[in-house]
Design a protein around this ligand. Sequence first.
Ligand code: HEC
Length: 139
Amino acid sequence: MGCAGSVTAPITPTQTLPHQGGGLKRLALALVLLVAGCGDDPPVPDFGDPERGRAVIARYECGACHRIPGITGARGKVGPPLAGFARRAMIAGTLPNRPEALLAWLRDPPAQVKGTAMPALGLSEQEAGDAAAYLYTLR
Ligand code: HEC
C-alpha cells in the first residue's frame, strides 16, 4: 500500500504544541488525516459474489423493470437500462456511484432518494452485496 512511505515530514512537538492543550488535539487530528489519506485507493469489489448476484437479480425480478445484460428475460422499461452501470457516475442521478451508496440504494431506494419510483424489494445485506458485485461487472 505504501502508506507509511507517504509520511515524509516528521511531526515535532514544538510545531504542534504552541499553546497548552490544543496542541495535542491538533497532533491527533494530523495523525487521523494521515491515516485517512491512505484510503484513497479505488474501491475493490470484495463485498459480494457476482455469480450469486446474478441469481439474486433473477430471483427479485429486477428485469421486470430493467434491461440487464446477462439476465434472461430482463427487458423491463420502467427503470433505466443497467448496461454499462459500472461506468456510470451517479445512481438515480443523485448518489455517487460507489459501493456503499449502491448497497444502501439496493436495500432501500426510497430511503436514499425521496420520491424515487424504484421500490424497496427487501434484499438482505448479503444479497445487496452480491447484486452490487454483479452490477459492477457491467462495463
Ligand atoms: C418496480 C420497478 C423496479 C424494480 C423491480 C427494480 N427497479 Fe431498479 N430502478 C427502477 C427505477 C424506476 C429506477 C430509476 C430511479 C430514479 O432515477 O429515481 C431504478 C434505478 C435503479 C438503479 C440506478 C440506475 C441508474 O443508472 O441510475 C439500479 C442500479 C437499479 N435500479 C438496480 C435494480 C436492481 C438490482 C433491482 C432488483 C433487485 C431493481 N433495480 C429492481 C425501478 C425498478
